[in-house]
Ligand binder design. Structure first.
Ligand code: ASP
Length: 330
């Protein structure tokens, strides 16, 4: 059964417009986070949520907020994105990211990039400076060079922790087939936000799954799977077993329930449960609606997440299996 946190705010709350406030929610990946990484994960998502929130407070857009929050997570070696990403079967970093603007449905993504410290910002440049939605591998790098995005030697994105984990696991062949409730997996990052104007945005960034085949691209940079944002329904960022998320187009599935009048918490639970039943996939999602209703939901053992809602930071350093909160504000 999916666990969920939700402020319990009713979508049709008549007072909501008069007290419209900005909300940012971030996740640091849904998986069986080991105890030794738990504190760093919770601290990291809290710091990233505060980063996104301060952008909103300064009058920045939801798009600016999700980019800032995800950049903070990419720069934090505790997470599987940017610096600290997992390694593929050849021991290389291959990074994927997406960003989407709910005002216009504009979206940008990059996949399989190796020497970019903040793929989310390159994804934003794809969205804003090209006529395309996704650039991959060499093409993404050529584009980065053409617009002056600084590249870094791929080795600088490697951490000692990840090198050791990769050495430990490289002989296993299960890779992308495991169910994400083991400590095999790692921690993709994402953010969703709504700004004071009611515009929503999402961003997701990842190194993918440890020991993945060279060139494997998961759900994270794929529009409708790893993320989606539409001012008419809400914004979603997903994490978990990428092949399962792709099969059920999880982000769009969640928003299709929202469009039919379900709360963001129920929509997330129903969709994650569907993914578990239909393709035996585990994962998690964060969702925010244009009216500021939000939820953080997961079917894995743990998911690090944090939210800033009406200037209140919400997160939960709780024992295994109880990382969801039910925060009822009604
Ligand atoms: N969804 C990511 C992928 O499959 C992994 C994750 O969320 O941890 O690439």
């Amino acid at each position: 059964m999916a666990e969920s946190s939700s402020p319990g705010m009713k979508r049709e709350d008549p007072d909501r417009n008069s007290k419209m406030s900005a909300v940012v929610v971030v996740h640091g990946g849904a998986w069986a986070i080991p105890d030794q990484l738990a504190e760093a994960s919770v601290d990291g998502v809290k710091a990233a949520a505060c980063e996104g929130s301060s952008v909103l407070k300064r009058g920045g857009s939801a798009l600016d907020a999700v980019e800032a929050a995800v950049r903070a997570l990419e720069d934090n070696p505790a997470f599987n994105a940017g610096h600290g990403a997992t390694l593929n079967a050849d021991g290389e970093v291959e990074l994927d990211a997406i960003i989407m603007d709910g005002r216009t449905l504009a979206s940008g993504a990059v996949s399989s990039v190796k020497n970019i410290a903040n793929p989310v910002s390159l994804a934003r440049a794809v969205m804003e400076k090209t006529a395309h939605v996704m650039l991959t591998s060499r093409g993404a790098n050529l584009f980065a060079e053409s617009i002056g995005v600084v590249t870094v030697p791929p080795d600088t994105l490697l951490t000692e922790y990840e090198k050791k984990e990769w050495e430990k696991h490289k002989t296993y062949v299960t890779g992308v087939d495991e169910d994400f409730n083991t400590q095999w997996a790692h921690d993709t990052v994402g953010a969703v936000a709504v700004d004071r104007a009611g515009n929503v945005a999402c961003a997701t960034s990842t190194g993918g799954i440890r020991n993945k085949m060279v060139g494997r691209v998961g759900d994270s940079p794929v529009i409708g799977a790893g993320g989606y944002a539409d001012n008419l329904s809400g914004a979603v960022s997903c994490t978990g077993h990428g092949e399962s998320i792709l099969k059920v187009t999880l982000a769009r599935l969640i928003l299709s329930h929202v469009e039919r009048g379900k709360s963001v918490a129920d929509s997330s639970q129903l969709s994650l449960q569907y993914m578990a039943d239909r393709v035996r996939g585990a994962g998690g999602s964060i969702v925010v609606s244009p009216s500021g209703q939000w939820a953080a939901t997961f079917t894995t053992d743990r998911m690090a997440w944090a939210a800033v809602d009406q200037d209140v930071l919400c997160s939960l350093p709780a024992p295994r299996g109880q990382w969801a909160i039910r925060r009822l504000l009604t």
